[in-house]
Ligand binder design. Structure first.
Ligand code: GTP
Ligand code: SPV
Ligand code: MN
Length: 602
């Protein structure tokens, strides 16, 4: 039985408030997983996929109101409003608790309360941390079993009094006696959804949504929003970053971590097959990196997750073959098309929808000619990391992997070149702080508007973004410059005036990674420009690529006038942070402005 008094007490309190029909402690076994999936098939929540085509896999369709994270309903309830900062929604913690206690009261009636002990990171690693999620959603349980390490082994690691982050979750849809359940229970009223974080108490309360980052609380809520606060206090980094290993032909492997906003290419880069012969990418993680200094003075990263919750649309044997192979079995699909053969399909899967009856993500009969999307643009697959054909041999190394370079980037149709390198650590933090991107369907809200998203952490930083940037600056003071990763700004998403991609992307991004590898090895050729080092002419290997030279010219151009407009917009962005913005970043900005003005006048 559970010997952890505080955990027992917390579960008892939650049950007293939510009043479930019963309480179930998850052991994390395959039998438990199969039982829960079978039960969800019985209630109609899950559709088993064709065992000959997609063994051990299931399809779920969410409620049309519950298809992505809800940043507008995400709260950082610090005791002091200023600690949440200008980019987070703040609520007074006492007021929020009162409001949510009301909502939680009796919210699990007619449902089972699942208790999921989980570890973010390999059990026993000094970088890992434990959480316990209470949820009334069996969908959450089966996803958490893929995305994290759950069950008895985590309880054992927790012992009698180990530290854990309490994560309370309810879909907010109690069942009255005799009431039939829906296939995706949630609160359709957006104002009743709360994704709440109490950073001082290291506690998470989530209510009303069953989707992704709103409900799988180990992911964005714990591993980023709460962990970023812990990292700030304890001197490490919790980042929205992929981690990959890159090995050149006959060369030494190096590890790179990259921060791109949601749906901006992390999964794709993390398991890419390079088009450059002889180069190899191996994947440690595709979404989150926790990094601490090792005794060698370098930053070492672990992937706190154990699976991938990836964007389905656009994933194909052309764009991301490793992901396609990874999801051949034991995977969960949410909001994709169901074919007559009980297989899955989505826009950009690389082949036409098969003939026969098809059902779209809303559960309606669907014809490709209807011009409606068959899959939701934020449809996702959940797959175990071990199924990734290029999972790195060190992906579960408790010591983490040493990081040699950081990449930052986003979707910028103009201005930002394909790649540039920071002059120094502080200049690199400046580049991270100015990252902007067109918004995507990973959040419910406007899509395609450029917004500043420092280090891709705008929706995920659990405290004041100004303090966060100061923390990045301070990380640079904790070791010698030669041991710090170099920082690069990449942009796969430049478009021509007629809206076409200027850069092929995907496997061809290996050409940019090669230059980065060469730069950090001291061999790559670069030219100094006002914004940083750019590849010298010919320094990016374009062998075998049929790309008009005008595209390359455009991709590697630094237009001082365009950049001076960028500077104005960065000034507005920086204006939000007031005195909390590190002075060195303001200095970086004015130095950039002077360099651009000088370039313009010469
Ligand atoms: P989250 O899981 O939301 O954090 O997203 P992510 O950063 O892992 O994004 P992902 O790799 O799933 O990519 C999202 C979308 O971007 C997909 O539709 C991809 O097809 C597209 N994409 C990824 N890499 C590239 C690229 O190099 N070029 C272009 N044009 N599109 C890309
Ligand atoms: C993201 O939105 O950045 C994701 C998906 O990785 S979710 O888990 O829903 O946050
Ligand atoms: Mn993400």
């Amino acid at each position: 039985m559970v010997s952890h008094k505080r955990l027992q007490q917390w579960v008892k309190e939650a049950a007293g408030m939510c009043r479930p029909e019963s309480i179930y402690w998850c052991d994390g076994s395959p039998a438990e997983y199969n039982r829960l999936c079978a039960a969800m098939v019985n209630t109609g929540m899950a559709t088993p996929l064709n065992p000959a085509k997609r063994p051990g896999s299931f399809l779920f369709r969410s409620h049309p109101s519950d298809v992505a994270r809800v940043e507008d309903r995400t709260f950082i309830a610090s005791g002091n409003k200023d600690n949440a900062g200008p980019t987070n929604n703040w609520m007074d913690p006492a007021e929020l608790r009162k409001k949510m206690t009301g909502l939680y009261s009796g919210c699990m009636k007619g449902r089972i309360m699942y208790v999921i002990p989980f570890s973010m990171g390999p059990i026993g690693s000094s970088i890992s941390k434990i959480g316990v999620e209470i949820t009334d959603s069996p969908y959450v349980v089966v996803n958490m079993r893929i995305m994290t390490r759950i069950g008895t082994k985590v309880l054992d690691a927790l012992g009698k009094d180990g530290e854990f982050v309490p994560c309370l979750h309810s879909v907010g849809a109690p069942l009255q006696k005799g009431q039939k359940d829906t296939s995706w229970p949630c609160t359709p009223v957006i104002e009743n959804k709360y994704i709440s974080h109490f950073p001082e108490e290291r506690t998470i309360w989530s209510y009303g949504s069953g989707y992704g980052g709103n409900a799988l609380l180990g992911k964005k809520c714990f591993a980023l929003r709460i962990a970023s606060v812990q990292a700030h206090d304890e001197g490490w980094l919790a980042e929205h970053m992929l981690i990959l290993g890159i090995t050149p032909p006959k060369g030494e492997k190096k590890y790179i971590a990259a921060a791109f906003p949601s749906a901006c290419g992390k999964t794709n880069l993390a398991m890419m097959i390079p088009t450059l012969p002889g180069w190899k990418v191996e994947c440690v993680g595709d979404d989150i990196a926790w990094m601490k200094f090792g005794t060698d003075g370098r930053l070492h990263a672990i992937n706190p997750e154990a699976g991938f919750f990836g964007v389905a649309p656009g994933t194909s044997m052309q764009s991301n073959p490793n992901a396609m192979l990874m999801i051949k079995k034991n995977s969960i699909f949410t909001n994709v098309v169901l074919t007559e053969e009980n297989d899955i399909w989505w826009e950009g899967i690389g082949y036409e929808p098969p003939t026969g009856k098809k059902i779209d993500w809303t559960g309606s009969a669907w014809e490709p000619l209807s011009r409606k999307n068959g899959a939701h643009p934020n449809a996702r697959f959940t797959a175990p990391a071990v199924q990734c054909p290029v999972i790195d041999p060190a992906w579960e190394d408790p010591a983490g992997v040493p990081i040699s370079a950081f990449l930052v980037g986003g979707r910028r149709p103009t201005t930002i070149p394909l790649v540039h390198q920071a002059f120094s650590w502080n200049h690199g933090v400046f580049l991270g702080s100015i990252v902007g991107s067109e918004t995507t369907t990973a959040n419910i809200g406007a899509v395609g508007v450029v917004r500043r998203d420092p280090f891709a952490m705008l929706p995920f930083c659990g405290y004041h973004m100004g303090d966060y940037l100061a923390h990045w600056i301070s990380i640079g003071k904790r070791t010698t410059a030669d041991k710090l990763p170099n920082i690069f700004y990449v942009n796969w998403f430049r478009r021509s005036d007629d809206g076409k991609w200027l850069w092929p992307g995907y496997g061809d991004n290996s050409r940019v990674i090669k230059w980065i590898y060469e730069r950090i090895s001291g061999t790559g050729k670069g030219v100094e420009t006002p914004i940083g080092y750019l590849p010298s002419p010919g320094a990016i290997d374009l062998k075998g690529l049929d790309l008009p030279s005008s595209n390359i010219g455009e991709l590697l151009k630094v237009d001082p006038e365009e950049w001076l407009r960028e500077v104005q917009s960065i000034k507005e962005h920086y204006g939000k942070f007031g005195a909390k913005l590190p002075i060195v970043l303001r200095e970086e900005l004015s130095a950039l402005e002077s360099r651009l003005k000088k370039a313009l006048s010469s």
